[in-house]
Design a protein around this ligand. Structure first.
Ligand SMILES: Nc1ncnc2c1ncn2[C@@H]1O[C@H](COP(=O)(O)OP(=O)(O)OP(=O)(O)O)[C@@H](O)[C@H]1O
Ligand SMILES: [Mg+2]
Length: 260
């Protein structure tokens, strides 16, 4: 499948080049090549077990945490292969942040959840931390709801608020790319609508990649959509094209709910 020409060359942030992923001897991503545009939302869709989470984790080397995982091919972020030997993983994960399916705040205060990643940088003063916490909470559309109780335990927030807190925590370290792995599957429809609206706003400043099971969500929030099936990239194109006139019969069957 020819995917190189889908995103205009000047708009590319990430190039995935012949990427394969194995867990032990089991191959779960098969020779995937596609380019992800800067400051747009790219959705990854496909049936359960097709490799969506595995794929998104290859974009900030979260798979390194799985001992039996092995990657072939290249992932270029701003032209640099993140799988090169001398890559600084701390810097990489700062640049490429991640938000998970289940909100996972630390059992600490709202303030500390966001300040956590920043405290490692000892030069930061309290006033600066306060500024960053406020900025991040505003960006994540949570500030008004929590500004009077920043020192309350984050676990007392609702699920939707916790997910926005996790987004604020990801934003606090000023990433350039944010990966979302099914960010709305554990929250209610109203919270989902807020997170979708937020994702829509985030693309003004960030490159966003989102895994979702929800076709309507992919159609609503994304600019580009990749359809994976059994570890293979079946189709990648502008979201509008994928959802109105897919080239592949399998894509059509999946988006119309005939399988998966
Ligand atoms: N740590 C692991 N070790 C071995 N196999 C794994 C591991 N994690 C995932 N797999 C396997 O890799 C394949 C892809 O899994 P992955 O979680 O990436 O799929 P997914 O598309 O995200 O599924 P879902 O929609 O259910 O979240 C599956 O067959 C899964 O069983
Ligand atoms: Mg998954």
């Amino acid at each position: 499948m020819e995917t190189n020409l889908i995103v205009p060359a000047g708009e590319i942030k990430i190039v995935i080049d012949h990427l394969s992923l194995y867990y032990g001897s089991k191959q779960v991503l098969k020779d995937i090549s596609l380019s992800i545009p800067e400051k747009k939302v790219t959705a990854i869709i496909g049936p359960s077990g097709c490799g969506k989470s595995s794929f998104i984790r290859t974009l900030n080397r979260m798979n390194d945490l799985i001992p039996e995982a092995r990657v072939e091919g290249r992932v270029l972020v701003d032209g640099e292969n993140i799988y090169d030997k001398d890559v600084d993983l701390v810097a990489l994960r700062k640049k490429v942040g991640m938000v998970f399916q289940k909100p996972n705040p630390f059992p600490k205060s709202i303030f500390d959840n966001i300040a956590y990643g920043l405290r490692f940088d000892r030069h930061r003063r309290q006033a600066e931390l306060e500024q960053i916490v406020e900025r991040s909470l505003r960006q994540a559309a949570l500030w008004d709801e929590v500004k009077d109780r920043l020192h309350q335990n984050a676990l007392k927030l609702s699920g939707g608020q916790q997910q926005r807190l996790c987004i604020a925590r990801a934003l606090a370290v000023e990433p350039e790319i944010i990966l979302f792995d099914e960010p709305c599957s554990a929250i209610d429809p109203i919270a989902t609508a807020r997170v979708e609206e937020l994702i829509h706003q985030l693309k003004a400043d960030y490159t966003v990649v989102i895994v979702t099971h929800n076709m309507q969500q992919a159609a609503r929030v994304s600019d580009y959509t990749a359809f994976l099936w059994l570890g293979e990239l079946v189709e990648y194109n502008r979201t509008e094209k994928i959802f109105t006139n897919p080239a592949n019969k399998m894509t059509e069957d999946y988006i119309t709910g005939r399988f998966g």
